[in-house]
Design a protein around this ligand. Structure first.
Ligand code: FPP
Ligand code: MG
Length: 302
């Protein structure tokens, strides 16, 4: 199964409804908490890892649907740091599945480059097994210049870990004098995160009936429409996605009001902006160096 399903299997009724929805605003950035794989597996008498495999297949459908709808950025919660506490069998099954899928992503280079998708894998890479980390680094490196769409895969991620790590980087910047105390603001902190979204998160969807964020995109969802649906992730359909978009359109008026307020808070101090810019550039370069080093090791390690 490819990362982005290659054929369009929507019915004519679904295409008609899509055309109607497209007359309104389409969210540009959608987040998904892919929940309910194990309950699905239990209901179907499958092994847990098969539930996750079905979850991956649904992700592939959903990425195709998002591209067809004009949603250009998707962020998915694939593996939380908390998930390391699950049974050894499940964790190693998920790592094996992830290895298989990221290898598949590399094998599908042409497809992904044709779609113009930039893949960003975000999380605490120090917790990820080395062979998987190398594949993830290679995937990021390979797609880094694609600009048509963006896929952020949160792996070994939690929001609180991301915020803590951002604060540590800023603390270091204050200690070495590359930034001053007055330079520290919301913008600087969010630029120090793992996730560097190109667009604000418009809507965050969680499947399976759980109404919690489970430490996912806590900062990024400050002004986001939250959408909870009872369907288990492997049973998510195109109709569910259309209803998510419809909900976004209904809530958009409030969102525009909030965005206007946010725009009023812009910084105008030029020297401060330059220091902030230099600091962020330094962090990014360090991050990319680690990724590039990992990516260059792929041939020697596999
Ligand atoms: C949550 O359902 C799902 C996960 C913890 C794993 C998600 C993984 C995938 C969708 C497939 C792997 C994808 C890649 C890119 C390798 P759950 O296990 O919490 O199910 P439950 O809520 O029914 O217990
Ligand atoms: Mg769950």
């Amino acid at each position: 199964m490819s990362w982005i399903k290659d054929q369009d299997d929507r019915s004519w009724v679904q295409k008609l409804c899509t055309a109607v929805l497209k007359q309104g605003l389409i969210p540009q950035h959608v987040g998904f908490i892919l929940d309910g794989n194990r309950r699905y597996a239990r209901g179907q008498n499958l092994q847990t890892v098969e539930g996750h495999r079905k979850g991956f297949e649904k992700l592939s459908d959903t990425l195709r649907w998002c591209l067809d709808l004009g949603i250009t950025e998707v962020t998915v919660f694939v593996f939380s740091i908390e998930n390391f506490k699950r049974s050894e069998e499940e964790v190693s099954g998920l790592m094996k599945l992830a290895k298989e899928k990221f290898q598949k992503l590399l094998d599908e280079e042409e497809n992904l480059m044709n779609e113009g998708v930039c893949v960003q894998i975000v999380g605490d890479w120090s917790l990820v097994p080395e062979d998987l980390r190398i594949l993830m680094a290679k995937a990021m490196y390979m797609t880094r210049n694609n600009t048509r769409a963006k896929l952020n895969v949160a792996f070994a991620y939690t929001s609180r870990n991301e915020i803590t790590r951002g604060m540590k980087l800023i603390h270091q910047g204050l200690l070495d004098g590359s930034i001053l105390e007055d330079d520290v603001d919301c913008k600087l902190l969010e630029e120090s995160f793992y996730i560097l979204p190109s667009k604000p998160l418009d809507i965050l969807v969680r499947t399976s009936g759980e109404k919690r964020l489970s430490d996912f995109l806590l900062w990024q969802s400050a002004e986001t429409v939250l959408c909870f649906t009872n369907v288990l992730w492997p049973e998510f359909t195109y109709w569910h996605l259309l209803s998510v978009v419809f909900q976004f359109q209904i809530d958009k008026r409030n969102l525009m009001h909030l965005n206007l307020k946010a725009n009023d808070l812009q910084v105008t101090d030029l020297a401060m902006e330059q220091r902030q810019h230099k600091f962020i550039e330094k962090i990014r370069q360090q991050q990319w160096k680690i990724i590039a080093d990992d990516a260059s090791r792929i041939n020697s390690s596999l």
